[in-house]
Design a protein around this ligand. Sequence first.
Ligand code: ZN
Length: 310
Amino acid sequence: MTRGIHHVTAISGPAHRNLGFYTRTIGLRLVKKTVNFDDPGTYHLYYGDETGRPGTILTFFPWEHVAPGRVGVGETQETRFRVPEGAVGYWSHRFVEKGVAHERPEKRFGETVLAFKDPDGMRLALVAERGIENEPAYSGGEVPAEHAIRGFHSVSLLLHEAEPTGAILADVLGFSQIGREDSMVRYKAGRTGIGGTVDIQAAGDFLRGRQGGGSVHHIAFRAADDAAEFAIQRKLADDHGIRTTEQKDRNYFRSIYFREPGGVLFEVATDIPGFATDEPVSSLGQALKLPAALEQRRKEIEAVLPTLAA
Ligand code: ZN
């Protein structure tokens, strides 16, 4: 069974600023430049490693004039990447040099965590992990391979209570509860390294979140293929009374969506076919790719999309 986070999708302000931050400052690769299939006048930008493997993909819907979101209950609180243990000093220095808002490194669950924010105020962190320095990393940008991001570490969800969502993680999505620190409960998907951890912070009666710039829109979890995805769909319905959407073809994966009991939008996305389905790995992210149904409207779509200087 394939487990863990497939991708995280968030809302941002201007596309060019988002692109500059995630490729130049953070050193991810733009692996797909397409549009929001449900709102084709808006970009959908995908960042990841060299090939955009599941567990490395952070995606954005950039809106030029988005109102800022407010973090609150029923939302993703923080999205975290893995970096090698020796890279924390490099990143602290880089954040100072590049004027990135960040906090002093702190210990959580025994690991060093460096929290920072993107230009829209999205809450992010780097988590130092032992023994991952030899894992593949994208180093085509300014960040050298030895310090580069190795996919997602985890997300944390800020919820009213941990148990109902924890039950879905454990019973349906292949996670188990492995620890607790203060009001944070940690779930891990087997031995999955990349994207294998979800934390739930139980906040009780805290203010509800409001989505906007800097907010996570949804979290997608991995299914190897359609059969695995439909099995999850059936289990949600039969054992938890949760109806998902019908399967949607997102070109690079096929997805179902549902609102988990704590209010966060969850997606289940297939590992197949991946990002090299409509352009070669060597030139991922360079051309604007449209699904077949939108290809005939390409001129009209290109005319309304903001210019993206590389
Ligand atoms: Zn998604």
